[in-house]
Design a protein around this ligand. Structure first.
Ligand code: COI
Length: 379
């Protein structure tokens, strides 16, 4: 087994960073994942040598051999997490250790070398330090971090690559999907996302690639997202195309699909269920048949549905649609919307406005020194 002592990420600064004006324009209302900061983190692994060349470098296209295994066999794993600017200017990550653990699990499944938690955190911290000016300070905005592990070895053999890169990019983001009043969801009947023993609980490109056609089908039916049923029985709701599903009953209890190995264990899902349990709500994680969900919505037993994920945060669902289905979710009960309330609790703690009872936030940049006063300037 290779043992490695993590070394710091060396910074090679971008000599042509965006000007203040270019950055302000880019950050004004960024489309999710279309704007990137000036740098990226990178480290390289070679079989027998382990991870080396930890560095922060100017963001640039990758020189990748056309035979690189990732291009042919999708041997890769990735993550998504956000950095938040607090009112005093300091910058914080939300549960990065959970993302590090999930990336390690994804790497194991994809026969990739694991990135240690130390390297994962060091890369994020060094990248945020280099690109701190890109962390938005406006409400609802954050810096989305995309850690990525790819097989770079030029080899068409179907076997674990001997050369791998770890890369982290950063993007200022606002809302992933916005639909006032809630999004409409297309229940895919012809396509499944994952099978037992497959990669459904792994954050890897193939899951997302396979969701694009059903997602396009959803769009063609006027829906913003697709919902998949289980592949074995074509009966139970699993997850959306990149986010988990939660239902709120009229009695205030919570119902969500259990993690069977075919569903991604969302960090936001886990955080929200914890916050809901904290306030005394019963949370039931089990198999949920589509018919049970629809009947519950129609009878009024289920009042709310929402999607949750790092990108989506908490997005209320207003309608479920399919070839043989069109049902409107009633929405908030007497006590107000549970989705709105849990979103507020989650974002309050992420932005430093609420108590972090679980110690989920990790400070990665201190508040800048207080600006000099007018008197100070005059001295
Ligand atoms: C995330 O929420 O971070 C994801 O990776 C999901 C993707 C749909 C953006």
């Amino acid at each position: 087994m290779e043992t490695q002592t993590p070394t710091p990420f060396t910074v090679i600064p971008n000599r042509r960073p965006a000007t203040d004006e270019e950055r302000w324009i880019a950050m004004e209302d960024p489309v999710f994942g279309k704007v990137f900061t000036d740098h990226m983190a990178r480290a390289t692994w070679r079989d027998g040598h382990g991870w080396a060349d930890r560095r922060i470098v100017p963001l640039a296209p990758l020189p990748l051999h056309p035979g690189a295994a990732v291009l042919h066999y999708a041997q890769q794993a990735f993550e998504g997490l956000k950095a938040y600017r607090h009112e005093d200017g300091s910058v914080w990550l939300f549960r990065p250790e959970a993302n590090a653990a999930r990336l390690a699990a994804s790497c194991r499944r994809m026969a990739l070398p694991e990135v240690s938690e130390e390297d994962f955190l060091a890369a994020l911290e060094a990248l945020i330090a280099a690109d701190h000016a890109w962390v938005p300070g406006t409400p609802g905005s954050s810096l989305y971090l995309r850690p990525l592990v790819i097989a770079t070895e030029a080899s068409l053999l179907v076997q674990p690559a001997a050369e791998v890169d770890f890369i982290v990019t950063a993007s200022p983001v606002g809302a992933y999907m916005a639909a006032p009043g809630g999004v409409s969801i297309w229940v895919s009947r012809g396509y499944h996302r994952a099978n037992a023993g497959g990669t459904g609980d792994t954050k890897t490109a193939g899951n997302y690639a396979a969701s694009m056609l059903p997602q396009a089908e959803a769009k063609a039916h006027g829906c913003q997202q697709v919902l998949f049923l289980d592949a074995r029985e074509d009966t139970y709701v699993e997850e959306l195309g990149g986010m988990n599903l939660v239902a709120v009953r009229a009695d205030g209890s919570i119902l969500t699909p259990r993690l069977t190995g075919t569903i991604l264990p969302g960090v936001t899902r886990d955080s929200i269920l914890t916050l809901l349990r904290d306030e005394g709500r019963a949370v039931e994680e089990r198999d949920i048949a589509l018919t049970e969900l629809v009947e519950g919505i129609e009878s009024g037993e289920i009042l709310e549905l929402f999607a949750c994920g790092t990108a989506a945060v908490v997005t209320p669902i207003a309608r479920l649609v399919s070839d043989d289905l069109d049902v409107t979710v009633r929405g908030a009960g007497e006590g107000g919307s549970v989705a709105d309330a849990v979103l507020a609790r989650l974002t309050d703690l992420q932005y430093g406005r609420g108590e972090d009872a679980h110690g989920w936030m990790r400070r990665v940049l201190d508040a800048p020194p207080a600006e000099e006063t007018a008197e100070g300037d005059a001295e």
